[in-house]
Design a protein around this ligand. Structure first.
Ligand SMILES: O=c1ccn([C@H]2C[C@H](O)[C@@H](CO)O2)c(=O)[nH]1
Ligand SMILES: [Zn+2]
Length: 296
């Protein structure tokens, strides 16, 4: 089991602790599939909602909050029945807006894993206004059920009444709906090809700046992030932040980054290069490779 879970295991009911330990091997990065979840329910005798709340200390253990020391854990449950954990990250020495909230981490985890609908979000602290707005960008966002310890479960529409969202800007295919932008580039560099694939799946209806980041560690492992815009602009999730939160879920140190690539579309009305460099350079000494591609 990974050391980062030692303290959270002690907070779990004993049957759950026993059942979950075998899943928390070196590769565990916060994904539990529907079958494993059913097995956990069988072994603990817990109802699903109860089990998901009980798992929050495990999600919170994925956090990297060097500024606040406040560990937030979230779980996004997809329509497939799989669950995706996420946790907050804060970048030391950088402006606070570079932070990633636990809910964003869990949602981006589900999105990167191919989920097309998120039905439930379980979180250990009340979701802030920025997260409520981020959730509202999702397909059927107003219907996402929010589960909190000691609160009755309620849909996002209860937490965010009179919402402003994608439909106010005439966007009909919101976040998690299939995006497939044609971006082409002649390269046989696997890392660049990976970044290009993710950029073509990115969500940038407001700027058309289809973009993605791939980070590589010295052992050749790669971690990616896609750009996920928001109708209210500021809560948009930057691809660098998404890639860093992917790394954090995988328990990798940011100082292990060996290579970093940002791909963006030449037709975007903004560029993320400055923001991406600021975030990257707060955690690693590595140049950002910036590649601009032509959409078809
Ligand atoms: O909804 C919320 C509210 C706060 N945080 C994080 C952000 C920051 O890292 C820390 C303190 O605000 O908690 C979340 O992850 N989700
Ligand atoms: Zn938040």
């Amino acid at each position: 089991m990974q050391d980062r879970f030692l303290k959270s295991i002690a907070k779990l009911p004993e049957t759950l602790a026993t059942a979950i330990v075998p899943l928390l091997d070196q590769d565990f990065a916060g994904h539990i599939d529907a079958q494993q979840l059913a097995e956990l329910q069988k072994q603990t005798g817990m109802e699903l909602d109860e089990l998901l709340l009980a798992l929050l200390p495990i999600a919170a253990a994925l956090a990297r909050p060097p500024i606040s020391e406040f560990y937030v854990g979230a779980i996004a449950k997809g329509k497939s029945g799989d669950i995706y954990m996420g946790a907050n990250i804060e970048l030391p020495g950088e402006a606070l807006f570079h932070s990633v909230h636990a809910e964003q981490s869990a949602i981006s985890h589900a999105w990167l894993s191919g989920e097309s609908v998120i039905e439930d979000i379980i979180v250990n602290a009340s979701p802030c206004g920025h997260c409520r707005q981020f959730i509202n960008e999702l397909v059927e966002g107003s219907k996402v059920n929010i589960h909190l310890p000691d609160q009755a479960t309620a849909p996002l529409s209860h937490y965010l009444p009179y919402a402003f969202g994608p439909s106010d800007l005439n966007i009909t295919a919101p976040l998690l709906s299939k995006q497939l932008h044609t971006l082409t580039l002649d390269s046989n560099d696997p890392m660049i090809i990976e970044a290009l694939d993710h950029a073509s799946l990115s969500y940038a209806p407001y700027t058309k700046n289809y973009a993605a980041v791939v980070l590589e560690t010295k052992d050749g492992a790669t971690y990616c992030g896609r750009y996920a815009e928001n109708a209210a602009f500021n809560p948009s999730m930057q691809p660098m932040q998404m890639a860093l939160s992917t790394m954090a879920r995988h328990n990798r140190d940011f100082s292990e980054i060996n290579r970093a690539v940002l791909i963006e579309s030449s037709k975007g009305v903004v560029s993320l290069v400055g923001a991406a460099m600021d975030a990257l350079h707060s955690v690693a000494v590595v140049e950002l490779e910036h590649i601009v591609v032509e959409p078809e």
